[in-house]
Design a protein around this ligand. Structure first.
Ligand code: MG
Length: 106
């Protein structure tokens, strides 16, 4: 799946989910922070298992879902602000490579 497929689905589902309501950027930001927090919580549980303390879990299924939620939320913010996320990713990835004198480019 590419980012355009995600954007198209986010646009379609936004209409279905939010109808005529304008979703403020502050909501989108809190939504993203929540999903990042959920991903970090899953990492915490995996780390508990790794270091051998109670309350851990094994397997990547839940972390995988939360990472997907993070990407969905990032795209929702970009969608609301008409940001071309594919172009932004390419530009930023390459900018960091150039800054660190690394050869890998998108
Ligand atoms: Mg989530």
């Amino acid at each position: 799946m590419d980012l355009q497929e995600l954007r198209t689905a986010n646009e379609k589902r936004h209409i279905e989910w939010a109808q005529d309501n304008d979703i403020p950027l502050s909501f989108r930001g809190v939504e993203l922070a929540g999903e990042v927090g959920e991903a970090c919580n899953e990492i915490k549980k995996l780390e508990r298992t790794r270091i051998g303390i109670a309350g851990g879990k094994e397997g990547l299924a839940d972390l995988t879902e939360e990472l997907a939620d993070v990407l969905i939320c990032v795209d929702l913010i970009a969608m609301d602000l008409n940001i071309d996320l594919s172009a932004a990713l390419r530009a930023k990835f390459n900018k960091t490579s150039e800054k660190l004198n690394l050869k890998t480019r998108l």
